[in-house]
Structure formats: C-alpha cells, structure tokens
Design a binder for this molecule. Sequence first.
Ligand SMILES: [Fe+2]
Length: 165
Amino acid sequence: MTSGKNLQELFHDTLKDIYFAEKKILSALPKMAKAAQSKHLKAAFQKHETETEEHVARLEKVFAEIDETPRGKTCDAIMGIIAEGQEIMKEFKGAPALDAGLVAAAQAVEHYEIARYGTLKTWAAELGLNQAVRLLETTLSEEKKTDETLTKLAEGEVNQHAQAA
Ligand SMILES: [Fe+2]
C-alpha cells in the first residue's frame, strides 16, 4: 500500500511546498525589480524571474514523473520571507540602503530554495526518479548562481551605495 507516510509521500509533500513557493516568488520578483535602484540589481531580478518560470515548469515535469497533478501547498516559510522583503521595500523606500535590503531579502529566498531543492534532489535519487534528479539539479544550480550573483552585486556596488548619508 502507498498510503503510508513514506519517503514518496514526503517527497510529494515537499514538492507541493516548493511549487507554492516558486509561484509566490514569481509574483514577488517583478515588484522587487521595480523597486531596485541599481540597474544591475534590477536586471538580476528580471533574469531570475525568467528562470523562475522555468523552475515552475520543471516542477510540473517532476509532478508528472510521479503521476501527480501539480498542486501547491501553503508554505508559511516563503510567505514570511516575502513579507519581510515587502516590509523592507516599504520602510526603506527611496533610502540609500533599499537595495542592500532587497539583496538580503532575495538571498533569504534563494537559501530557502537551495535547501528545498538539495533535499528534493537527494530524495529523488533515493526514490529512483532519474528525470526528477536532473530537473531538480538544474534548478538547484540556477538558484546557487543567483545567490552568487547577489553576493557579487552586494559587495561590488550595493552595500557601498547603502552607506551614503
Ligand atoms: Fe526558483
């Protein structure tokens, strides 16, 4: 019987969690791009928005591999992280440190995703879901690259700009 709370069920549950999260991120990124003062940061958010559309599409393929309909499950963690980002946008609107705050919020999102994709990839391997392993790995490496890009932007210009009086 497959009704037990086994790894397969946990995988499906976590897949729903990240599917929900990716969709939330997809609606948050244009707002972050709009808010960003640095044109490089704006471009990074826009690029990641395009990638995020791919992330959603890849997750739908993973759902297909386990014969499930793509469905999200409310992820309180990502709701909280995004709410914090919105708070920064409001409180630092027009301020020198706005972009530094946006980078910090975006990196919290990326780290959440990196944690989720790392786990899912490992579970997919354990479950013998070979296509899922490849799909999750591709997204995982894009999230890591985005995180590195954000670090470079912070160190290269954003944090310095944030120190302006
Ligand atoms: Fe993503």
